[in-house]
Design a protein around this ligand. Sequence first.
Ligand SMILES: C[S@@+](CC[C@H](N)C(=O)[O-])C[C@H]1O[C@@H](n2cnc3c(N)ncnc32)[C@H](O)[C@@H]1O
Length: 327
Amino acid sequence: MTPSSPVPGNTDFQTDWHDTLCCIHCGCSLRAGRKLCCTRCGATYPIDNGVPRFVAKDNYAAGFGYQWNQHRLTQLDSHSGMPISRDRLMSASGWSVAELHGKNVLECGSGAGRFTEVLCETGASVTSFDISSAVHANVASNGHFPNLRLVQASIYELPFKKESFDFLVCFGVLQHTPDVEKAFKTIFQYLRPGGRFCIDVYAAIVAYTHPRHLLRPLTRRIPPARLYTVVEKVVPRLLPLSMMLSAVPAAGPYLARLVPVANHRYLGLRNKNTLRNWSVLDTFDWFAPRYETPQTRRRLERWTTELHLRDVSIERRRGLYVIRGTK
Ligand SMILES: C[S@@+](CC[C@H](N)C(=O)[O-])C[C@H]1O[C@@H](n2cnc3c(N)ncnc32)[C@H](O)[C@@H]1O
C-alpha cells in the first residue's frame, strides 16, 4: 500500500493575514511577529510552519492528526482525479461557485483539506481550522492558495471576529467533539446574520446500529500508530469479503455492514490500491476517535429552532444528516 507521501515543508504559505486574528482569551487584536502576541492581555500563540496555533499541541484529536498526515492526499480531488469532494460539497450545500466567489467562508474541522481545496478553487476567501496537526497536512497541500487562512484551533475557542463570515461549512466534525450541542451553537456565532450554512453530522439511527460501536470502546484506547498498523493488516484481508457481500442484489449494503471495514464501492473508485487506501483511512477513522456522538433529527431540529435559523432543511444522506439554511 502507498499512503500519501510525508508532509513536506511548505514555503509558499502566505502569512500576512496573521494580525487579522483575535486573542481567544480577551478577543483583542494580535500583533504578528515570530509568534502572535495579544495587544491587551499579553497572551502569546506560536506559529508552526506558518500556521498559528491556539490549542495545546497534544490534545484529544491526536488520532486525527496521525490519520490525516498518513493520508494527506488520499481524498483530495487533485490527487484522486475524481470530483468526489467537490460533488459532495456542492450537492450537500446547494451553493454555486458564483455564490461563493469572493465571499468569506469559514470551514470548521478541515482535516487534510479535501473540502478546503474545493472551497479555495471557487475564489472564496477561505478561513479554515482544525484542532489537530492535520493542519500541517492541509497547509502542505493547499498552502499555495493565496485565498486561504489556516489556523490550528478548537471550535470552542476560535480566534475570529464574531459574525464575520458569509458562509459556514462543517463536515464530519461535530460528532467528534466532546460537547456536540455546544460546538454546534458556537460555530454560528461566527456567521453573519443572513449568512448561509451547511453542516453534516452522523445520524444516530445509522451509526449506532453499526457493529464498529461494539469494538470502539476498546480500539479508541490504542495509541494511533499501533491501531493504524492493525488496520493496515486487517483491511486487505476483510475488504474483498465486504466487496463480495456488497455486490449481493438489494441486501448488499446491509450485509457489508457486518464486516467492520469501510467500503467505498459506491464511490466508483476503480483502482484496487485506491480503494484499499480509502478503506484503511476510513476504517481507522471509525475506530480511533476519542469521541463519537451521532445525533437524532429531533435534537438537530431543536438546536436550529433555538438558534432562530431560517430556511432550514435536514436531510438524511447515507449515514449523515445534512443541515443547511440561513442565519
Ligand atoms: C472526520 S474528520 C473530518 C475532516 C474534514 N472535514 C473532512 O471531511 O475530510 C474530523 C475532524 O474534526 C477535527 N476536530 C475534532 N474536534 C475538533 C474541535 N474541537 N475543533 C476543531 N476541529 C476538531 C479533527 O481533528 C478531525 O480532523
